[in-house]
Design a protein around this ligand. Sequence first.
Ligand code: HEM
Ligand code: HEM
Length: 408
Amino acid sequence: MPSTNTFSSYGSVTKTFHWLTALLIFTALPLGWIANDLAHAIYDPSVPTTEDDIARAARLFSLHKTVGVTVFFIALARILWAVIQTKPGLLNADNKPEAFAAETVHWMLYASLVLVPATGWIHHAAAEGFAPILWPFGQNLPFVPKSPELAEVTAGLHWLFIWVLAGSLALHIAGALKHHVIDKDSTLRRMLPGQSDAPEPPTQHHSSVPAVAALAVWVAVLTGGWFIGVFSDHSTATTDTAELTEVQSDWQVQDGNLSITITQLGSPVAGSFSDWTAAIAFENPAEPGLAGTVDVTIGITSLSLGTVTNQAMGADFFNSEQFPTAQFKADIYKTDTGYEARGPLTIRDKSMDVVLPFALDLQDNTATVSGQLELNRMDFDVGTSQPTEESLGFGVVVSVDLTAERQE
Ligand code: HEM
Ligand code: HEM
């Protein structure tokens, strides 16, 4: 069988691309479906989830993404190949409406072959801490920032384009079967492996109308998607966030950042609390020893933690509904090497003594503080349904950076 196409037949390279793509798509589709269903069950607080469920969803997603990325590269190679090849003429070119439909669907398929994996991939690169693509080339994409908003929009596009692919594919297969079963022509046979007795297609001229029609369908799909809200960003829809009342103290926080970094499926996911207060009393002693006190209250629902913000609020994690605040009441000590805040940290219904070492820069009446400590989430009963580190690491890094002014 020749490797290149002629006006009446497909060569082996085109056939291999065609059936390889078909096989990969029919693998990626159910994998995506099943993995997504499992993920929904995991995110649903009313469905009990085991560590095994999470590991299985992650495995299926990793396979799905790896197969999907393979489709992307094979699709690009296939399109390049199609561009430099003779295109076999349609056997039913004389039946204008059918020929137009077939060509339009081919354009739809070519575009979906790139757009479906591309949106999945951008979604993956914009989201944090989920199942990796099984390859050594990294998980990020250039120019794609980690952003819950972008992740949400590209997930919507991925979903929309999957339906376009599925619809086009249904029409495509129906067309192929109609040729084979009803018209009894060689359309399907000449795409099957091996030599076929493909007759010479009728003379026909190439028209750009089907490509324009496919473009119009894409515009209609995107407009429809816009109307049904596929691209709106639902990621910031948080539960009610009653603000904490401001506190007055000897030192008033002017500016600050309280952030945490967790490890999900081996990748770090960083986030921060936008609402917290700190009452600080502090006198810098000449010698190491007690230097003051600090009382920090943190509004749990003000946490933004990438794409897993809502999950973090769930009953098994921070349980923000029952425990809307966390508290750190500590004594501040000057040590031989720096400063430490030592005292009980209360998250959910668990209190535990912790030590936060920090660096302090004092300029007249302005103090700049920067400190970090690592907690074990299990000490605070956070995520007990995941009692190993397979999907969610135990260590949570807490970082504090703030500037405070002494009040007169
Ligand atoms: C994910 C799966 C599939 C994709 C993405 C796909 C895509 C395509 C594309 C883009 C073409 C046009 C090739 C060209 O430029 O000439 C084509 C041709 C063809 N496909 Fe598929 N296809 C898929 C599955 C199938 C299946 C399952 C069948 C059979 C039931 C099939 C039967 C055919 C036939 C017979 C042709 C040749 C049409 C002709 O000669 O005019 N395809 N396919
Ligand atoms: C031809 C390739 C692909 C096909 C046919 C495909 C198909 C699917 C399907 C059917 C779903 C489930 C949708 C739902 O139930 O709402 C899905 C979801 C998903 N896919 Fe793909 N996919 C492809 C490529 C990719 C790639 C390359 C990636 C990432 C590298 C990816 C990442 C995802 C993710 C993260 C989800 C879940 C989206 C969400 O949370 O809403 N997919 N995909």
